[in-house]
Ligand binder design. Structure first.
Ligand code: GLU
Length: 442
C-alpha cells in the first residue's frame, strides 16, 4: 500500500501558521517516503464553508510548494457517508437520540453538581423500537451517536507521543449526525481515510481524544486504523499562539516579503531536535524529516525569528529565483551587490531607486567631495575603481576609516549605511558618481 497522508482543513477561514505546519509535515512525510499527499476539504458545514476560502487554501499551498497529488471535497461524498452510516446503524454502533440541547444541558449540570464527569448517560440506548417509532411518528427527528466500546482502553503507538491510550468510558458517545441530517466531522473523516487509502494521520495533539474514538470507528467499519502522529501545538511569543498569528493568513507573510521557503524552513524544524537552517528549497527539509525528532512540548513561533531566517535565505537566492519580483532594469550584477543588504526582495526596489537616482545630497565636506570627484575623473573606470579612489584619497588627504569613507557614501547614496560601495559605485556609473560628488559644489 502506498504511504498516503492528507491535510484536511475546513474551508471556513484562511490557513494560519498552525494549519500550514500540519500541511507541511504531511507533505514532507509523504515526499520522504515516496508516498501521496492529499488535500481534503472538510466542507460538511455548508453554512461556514466558502469557495473563496477553498481557493485561498489551494493558492497558499501552491505558493508554499506543497502541491497535493489529489483533492477531495466531503460535500461530494455525502451519499457514501449515508451508505456507511446505515451499515453502522444496522450493526447497532450508531443509535438515535431524541434529547434536546436543553435536556442535555440540565443533565450535565446535575452530574457536575454531584461531582460526576459530564458524560452522556446513554438513556437513548434504553428506548425500545416501539418508543423510537412513536417519537418519529410524532415528528421528532433524532440525532445519532456512535456507541463507544467502553470495555477496554484504546491503545496506539503514536509516531510522536509513543505509547498512547484513551479510556472510552470517560467520554460521551460522540454525536456523528445532527437531527437535520448533516454530519459532524469525525465519522466522514474516518470513511474518507478508509476510502482514500490514508495510511498516516498527522495532526495536532488537540485531536488525541478524537483519534481514540476514530480508531473504534475504523474498527466498526471493518478497517485497520492508520498510524497516527500528534504534534505538540505551537505557541506565539506571548504564550498561546497569539490571535494575530492564529488568524493571520499567509497573505500577511506574503505582504511582509517573507519567502515561502523561509516559512517551510522554520515550520519543518520548530519543535524538533534539528536546527533551523536557511535552506533555499524544500529538498533538504524532506531529507531530514523524521517524527522521531519531534518533542512533546509546545514550540514557540517567533515572527522575528522568521524575519531573520528570511533574510539569511534571501542572501543565498539566485537572481533567477527572484528576477520576476525585481524592479525593471535590475540585472544579475545589481542583485549580487544589493542582496547582502536586503531583508526582503521588496527592499531591492528601494536600493534600485538609490542607484538610478536622483539622490538628495547631504550637506557638508564640499571640498573633500570636490577632490574626490577630480580624483575619480582621473582614474580608469574599471571594477577596482573604488579601491583605487579611496587609496588615492587616503594618500592625498591622510584621512582614514569613517572620515575617508562616510562622506563619499553619503554623497553617492544619500545614506549612512548600505551595500558595499565598491559594487554600488559601479552600478551608479561614472557620470552619475561624478555628478553626485559635485552636487553641492556646482
Ligand atoms: N477538518 C478537521 C480539522 O481541521 C480535520 C482534522 C483531521 O482529521 O486532520 O480539525
Amino acid at each position: 500500500m502506498t504511504l498516503t497522508t492528507r491535510f484536511a482543513p475546513s474551508p471556513t477561514g484562511y490557513l494560519h501558521v498552525g494549519n500550514v505546519r500540519t500541511a507541511l509535515h504531511n507533505w514532507l512525510f509523504a515526499r520522504k517516503h515516496g508516498g501521496r499527499f492529499l488535500l481534503r476539504l472538510d466542507d460538511t458545514d455548508t453554512e461556514r464553508s466558502r469557495a473563496e476560502y477553498a481557493d485561498a487554501i489551494r493558492a497558499d499551498l501552491t505558493w508554499l510548494g506543497l502541491v497535493p497529488d489529489a483533492e477531495y471535497r466531503q460535500s461530494d461524498r455525502l451519499a457514501r457517508y449515508d451508505e456507511q452510516f446505515e451499515t453502522l446503524v444496522a450493526a447497532e454502533r450508531v443509535y438515535p437520540c431524541f434529547e434536546t440541547a436543553e435536556d442535555l444541558d440540565v443533565r450535565r449540570k446535575i452530574q457536575l453538581s454531584r461531582g460526576l464527569p459530564p458524560v452522556y448517560d446513554r438513556a437513548a440506548l434504553k428506548l425500545t423500537a416501539e418508543e423510537i417509532a412513536a417519537k418519529q411518528a410524532a415528528g421528532e427527528r433524532p440525532h445519532w451517536r456512535f456507541r463507544l466500546n467502553t470495555a477496554a482502553h484504546v491503545y496506539w503507538q503514536d509516531l510522536i507521543r509513543g505509547d498512547s491510550h484513551i479510556d472510552p468510558a470517560s467520554l460521551s458517545d460522540p454525536v456523528v449526525r445532527r437531527a437535520d441530517g448533516s454530519y459532524l466531522y469525525m465519522l466522514p473523516s474516518v470513511i474518507d481515510d478508509i476510502d482514500m487509502g490514508v495510511t498516516h494521520v498527522v495532526r495536532g495533539e488537540d485531536h488525541v481524544t478524537n483519534s481514540g474514538v476514530q480508531i473504534q470507528m475504523f474498527e466498526a467499519l471493518g478497517a485497520k486504523p492508520p498510524a497516527f502522529a500528534h504534534e505538540a501545538l505551537i505557541t506565539g511569543t506571548e504564550g498561546a499562539l497569539s490571535k494575530r498569528l492564529g488568524s493571520a493568513g499567509m497573505a500577511h507573510f506574503r505582504e511582509a516579503g517573507i519567502e515561502p521557503v523561509a516559512i517551510a524552513a522554520l515550520l519543518a524544524r520548530l519543535g524538533t531536535s534539528d536546527a533551523v537552517e536557511p535552506v533555499t528549497s524544500l529538498d533538504p527539509l524532506v531529507e531530514h524529516f523524521d517524527f522521531a525528532h519531534f518533542g512533546r512540548s509546545a514550540a514557540r513561533f517567533d515572527e522575528a525569528e522568521l524575519r531573520q531566517l528570511n533574510a539569511r535565505i534571501l542572501h543565498q537566492l539566485d537572481y533567477d529565483d527572484v528576477a520576476d519580483r525585481l524592479p525593471q532594469g535590475m540585472d544579475a550584477a545589481a542583485w549580487a551587490v544589493l542582496r547582502p543588504n536586503l531583508e526582503t526582495v521588496a527592499d531591492a526596489a528601494d536600493w534600485w531607486q538609490v542607484i538610478e537616482g536622483p539622490v538628495e545630497p547631504l550637506a557638508g565636506e564640499e571640498d573633500y567631495l570636490a577632490l574626490a570627484a577630480d580624483t575619480l575623473e582621473s582614474l580608469p573606470w574599471e571594477p577596482g575603481v573604488w579601491s583605487a579612489l579611496t587609496a588615492a584619497l587616503k594618500a592625498s588627504t591622510g584621512r582614514k576609516g569613517k572620515d575617508l569613507f562616510l562622506p563619499l557614501r553619503r554623497a553617492l547614496t544619500g545614506r549612512d549605511h548600505g551595500p558595499e560601495m565598491a559594487g554600488l559605485v559601479l552600478l551608479i556609473g561614472r557620470d552619475g558618481a561624478l555628478e553626485r560628488l559635485r552636487a553641492r559644489t556646482n
